[in-house]
Write a protein that binds this ligand. Structure first.
Ligand SMILES: NC(=O)c1ccc[n+]([C@@H]2O[C@H](COP(=O)([O-])OP(=O)(O)OC[C@H]3O[C@@H](n4cnc5c(N)ncnc54)[C@H](OP(=O)(O)O)[C@@H]3O)[C@@H](O)[C@H]2O)c1
Length: 262
């Protein structure tokens, strides 16, 4: 897909991978709809882009999925949409045995229900333009590890849903790309929910040793241009984990039980 002039809706644009994506898509000549909860950060981002006049800001909260269809109608009207990038999300840190059910639900609400609600609402506009849905899932959506049962479950669910959507809508021209990054140096662990719903508040060692948001965004843009259906992006074990699990499941199981990502 040539991104020049394409209308692209990007969630989670206020920081991290989303912000890096916004900068690269702006350079590629796309017209962006920038979404997240923090309107001030979105304004600052838009003002700093080279084609700021082309871009629109639409604040939204993925944890309130029932608001999204109306917001989508108001934003898109009867116009088409070329790409929806489902990037907004939260992480979680805590053992499965002691994480409150309310925390598990909150992660699912944002990463899964909010994301599929927006996708479903945007689908008619995407089909109009034979568009693409890009989902920033995770390596944790392909393999399970320690201290992230809710997060991993939400990303597995997202990949499953999006694989089905691709199967159903490919004949109508829809493309679906699932992106599975390993560790990326963002605030994801700072904002992650702990067992009782407090913020984790720290940059985890694993995250600090990951690739930069810019490197991640560059690989995502490349996968969009090549119309891939799934990519794993990462270095070291975080990038190889899905391959190790597929071909050496016993080794993977031992590694996962031994290595705590905290
Ligand atoms: N960093 C990693 O190692 C890594 C690895 C694999 C996958 N990912 C995925 O990459 C995506 C981006 O994460 P990141 O690493 O860039 O983390 P980040 O820096 O914490 O950014 C998360 C983004 O999601 C938005 N967001 C959070 N809750 C939201 C809500 N309820 N409604 C709307 N927007 C919300 C945040 O904006 P507001 O707070 O302004 O709403 C922010 O823009 C996530 O889906 C994450 O799961 C990250």
């Amino acid at each position: 897909m040539d991104l020049q002039g394409k209308r692209i809706w990007l969630t989670g644009a206020s920081m991290g991978i989303g912000e890096a994506l916004a900068r690269q898509l702006d350079r590629a000549g796309a017209q962006l709809i920038l979404s997240a909860r923090s309107e001030d950060k979105l304004q600052q981002l838009r003002d700093s882009l080279s084609h700021s006049e082309l871009h629109q800001i639409v604040p939204l909260d993925l944890s309130v999925p029932h608001n999204l269809p109306r917001l989508c109608d108001e934003t898109l009207g009867t116009a088409g949409l070329d790409v929806l990038i489902n990037n907004g999300g939260i992480s979680q840190r805590g053992l499965a045995r002691s994480t409150a059910l309310s925390v598990q639900r909150q992660v699912m609400e944002v990463n899964y229900f909010g994301t599929i609600a927006l996708t479903q609402a945007a689908l008619p506009a995407l089909l109009k333009n034979c568009g693409m849905v890009v989902n920033i899932a995770s390596v944790a959506g392909k393999v399970g590890g320690q201290s992230m049962s809710g997060y991993s479950a939400s990303k597995h669910a997202l990949i499953g849903y999006m694989d089905c959507l691709r199967a159903e809508e490919a004949r109508h021209g829809l493309k679906v790309l699932n992106v599975c990054p390993g560790f990326v140096q963002t605030s994801i662990s700072v904002n992650a929910l702990t067992e009782d719903g407090q913020k984790f508040g720290k940059v985890a060692r694993s995250i600090a040793s990951g690739i930069t948001p810019y490197q991640c965004a560059e690989a995502i843009v490349r996968a969009m241009q090549r119309e891939k259906y799934e990519v794993v992006i990462g270095k070291g074990l975080s990038g190889w984990a899905p391959t190790i699990k597929r071909w050496f499941p016993t080794l993977f199981t031992r590694l996962a039980a031994g290595k705590n990502i905290r």
